[in-house]
Design a binder for this molecule. Structure first.
Ligand SMILES: [Zn+2]
Length: 76
């Protein structure tokens, strides 16, 4: 997975979300290294750019970076 470096991205405060949302995002993950879902993530950081909105954290099991894309509506 590659991030486009040229794209301007801003960091948002993940902890502005409700506790319920935080728990959901921290629990619902996919780890490419473990090849397993819902292992959980820690150290979450939320980012937003013109084309993407995502949360990046570390897999609780192997500590590799895991990314959860946030889909907001069906905007193309
Ligand atoms: Zn993992």
């Amino acid at each position: 997975m590659t991030l486009v470096k040229e794209e301007v991205c801003r960091e948002l405060d993940f902890y502005n979300r409700t506790e319920e949302e935080q728990n959901d995002f921290l629990a619902m993950t996919w780890c490419n290294d473990c090849q397993e879902m819902d292992l959980g993530m820690e150290d979450p950081k939320e980012y937003y750019s013109d084309s993407r909105h995502w949360i990046a954290g570390k897999c609780k099991v192997c500590k590799t970076e895991v990314i959860t894309e946030i889909q907001e509506g069906d905007e193309e």
